[in-house]
Design a binder for this molecule. Sequence first.
Ligand code: CUA
Length: 344
Amino acid sequence: MNELLRRLLFLPRQGTAFARELDHLHFLVISVTVVGATGVAMVGALFLFKYRRRTKVVPVTPRVVVSGRVEAAVITATLALFVGFWVLGFRQYRRLADPPTGALTIYVAAKQWMWEFSYPNGPASAGILTVPAGRPVELLMTSRDVIHSFYVPEFRVKQDVVPGRYTTIWFTPSEPGSYQILCAEYCGAGHSTMRGEVVALSGEDYERWLQGTSRPTDGEADPTSLATVGRRVAAERGCLRCHTLDGTAYIGPSFAGLLGRRERLASGASVLVTPGYVTKSMMDPQADVVAGFKSVMPSYQGLITAGETAAIVELLHSLEDVPRQPEQQVFPEVTGRGAPDGGR
Ligand code: CUA
């Protein structure tokens, strides 16, 4: 049935479990609409025939009074249908908005007219996004110039990629294979050539690919120790002057146990700390300041590379289970202790 409807509607194959789910909603809406429209058309045709004029004299049309009950029932049923569609769609939207924990984070930079991918462990590639099949992959995307849109029809995911902002999207390729990436936002003369490819590899093939492409970073040849790279980057870039790694609050919130936490913001809103939020905070620290902290952080936009950003996010991942102390901003005394040392 699924396959029949998919072909009937000219939809590409379903590369993720989410694609299947989304298609089911699509099929439901289409079927209800087709059945409804056919019903209305058939009743119309029936009435045309049944109430055709049979005499030369125009008869007086009797006044038809519909009972309030029938009318209420029809309105309620229609409304329920719409609300039902909305609830199903909203649930899928929520699922798409919240990447599962443990997703592999890959940074995407779009520019006229290509896609660039940076992996947590160093390698970068243009045009081809290599991912493991069966594991959730989260993309943190930004644009270097104009608005683009990351679109993989077979995954049924599409997300605008905006300059100066980070947007996220995630998917879990069901099986190894290759899937087309398109740009779905008109972005200039080369828009139609702005294509790419998702190559999903089996677990072992992916590991082998990773071993083959990772470039050693300053003696840290082990590509799995990206958190170590993140620790070095955080120290070099000055992050550790304000953020500790042991769970105590300092000038900024501690990096420990930060990812996955719900933080209250100075604005009163609350936010789930995701790699997207962390990245945004690095690029635009004034935007969403955690309550209890003064906004003193400079922007790192353009100062750190996508790979370094990924490494810091990975460092935070490695500290997810470290317990935290109560949140309170601490300012060092002028003559007192200096920056907390980063290695703790
Ligand atoms: Cu990039 Cu269209």
